[in-house]
Design a protein around this ligand. Structure first.
Ligand SMILES: Nc1ncnc2c1ncn2[C@@H]1O[C@H](COP(=O)(O)OP(=O)(O)O)[C@@H](O)[C@H]1O
Ligand SMILES: [Mg+2]
Length: 349
């Protein structure tokens, strides 16, 4: 039997807590698992942070979806409440390991605010229900990137989801707005609601993430990460984020959620650094793909050139007669060159 799909609603009391970033990185992590097709829906139609994050830097991709396909905004503007009107016609774009339903079909599309706000709770519920029912069944996970605060739409998405994750920051304002939202959502629906602290200060090591969270509805903390902030929306974003403590922390939080909901979809945490050191690896992660190719070719050329230059014919005898010595020469060369390159890159930054 195929497992039922899970709808995850990402909400927050105040804006800017990191819902959009979290939705994308979680989608990518889940989407990389076998049999865990994942789609993220940009429900924050006005701000459309997710649609911008994923597509804005691709200048040639100002148009995200075909004009005749339906984006999230179309559903709200046209108040599409019946499945017949949209099934098979949703704008769904492929993105790395997951799919995206964008808020709008062109990134700079102007919308009338009145048109995109549902008139009442009933209408909001009907539209979201229709949207969820029209998303192909092949998806194991649907992540809803909601807007901040409380309104009819948030209330409806919470009701229709399997779980809501409230993302908050560590400051008192964020905590209070989050308490308010959680209390309000709790009055209208029994959907489980969990808290996740983002942009936490003072976390520098993976071990700190393993400490148990404070309450049963807490999923833990995700550290503030300067590299994440800097690369948000940039073309090297995915390359940078994959190695961060941010991603590891998110995986920890997800695995807690998976255990609490008995989803049995765990993300792998035991990633072993291919260079033997997390620190060195995260620094080497700054290298672009071009630099990595140079590094590998450069190392081989340097070793061959220096080896022959320094030892002449002798190098052939060493390789033939003393393979251990040859290997140690080779490793020494690779180590020297990669260390030099990594340091050069760090200082240049
Ligand atoms: N853990 C983090 N460390 C550093 N910056 C973060 C972190 N989480 C989110 N951000 C940054 O905060 C800003 C707001 O994030 P975003 O995901 O757009 O929030 P929201 O969708 O809740 O409005 C973005 O610039 C993002 O890069
Ligand atoms: Mg957002």
């Amino acid at each position: 039997m195929t497992p039922k799909r899970t709808v995850i609603n990402v909400v927050s009391g105040k804006g800017g807590t990191g819902k959009t970033l979290l939705s994308c990185v979680l989608a990518d992590s889940l989407g990389n698992l076998p049999d865990a097709e994942t789609i993220v829906v940009d429900l924050d139609v006005f701000v459309r942070g997710l649609t911008s994050l994923l597509y804005y830097h691709r200048a040639e991709r100002l148009r995200i979806a075909d004009a005749e396909k339906l984006c999230v905004a179309d559903l709200f503007v046209r108040k599409l409440k019946s499945r017949d009107s949209i099934a098979g016609n949703l704008a769904i774009a492929k993105y790395r390991s997951f799919d995206v339903m964008p808020a709008v079909s062109t990134i700079n599309q102007v919308l009338e605010y009145d048109d995109i706000v549902p008139n009442n709770h009933r209408e909001a519920r009907d539209i979201v229900q229709n949207l969820l029912a029209s998303i192909p069944e092949a998806y194991r996970f649907i992540i809803l990137d909601s807007r901040a605060g409380y309104d009819e739409l948030i209330s409806a998405t919470h009701e229709l989801s399997d779980v809501s994750i409230c993302v908050e920051e560590q400051d008192p304002i964020s905590r209070i707005t989050s308490d308010n939202l959680i209390a309000q959502l709790g009055t209208s629906s029994k959907t489980p609601l969990f808290r996740l602290v983002n942009k936490a200060r003072g976390i520098t090591a993976l071990e700190q993430l393993e400490e148990s969270p404070r309450g049963v509805t807490d999923l833990g903390v995700i550290p503030f990460d300067m590299d994440v902030l800097n690369s948000f929306g940039a073309s090297n974003f995915w390359e940078e984020i994959s190695r961060t403590l941010y991603r590891s922390a998110l995986i920890h939080a997800w695995n807690r959620l998976s255990a609490k909901l008995d989803l049995r979809v765990d993300l792998p945490t035991n990633r072993i650094s291919p260079v033997g050191s997390d620190w060195l690896e995260s620094k080497a992660g700054m290298l672009s793909w071009r630099d990595r190719v140079y590094l590998i070719y450069g190392s081989f050329l340097a070793i061959a050139g220096l080896g022959y230059g320094l030892y002449g014919e002798q190098i052939i005898h060493i390789i033939r007669g003393e393979p251990l010595r040859a290997m140690s020469l080779f490793m020494g060369g690779v180590g020297l060159i990669s260390t030099l390159l990594v340091f050069l890159r760090i200082f240049r930054k």
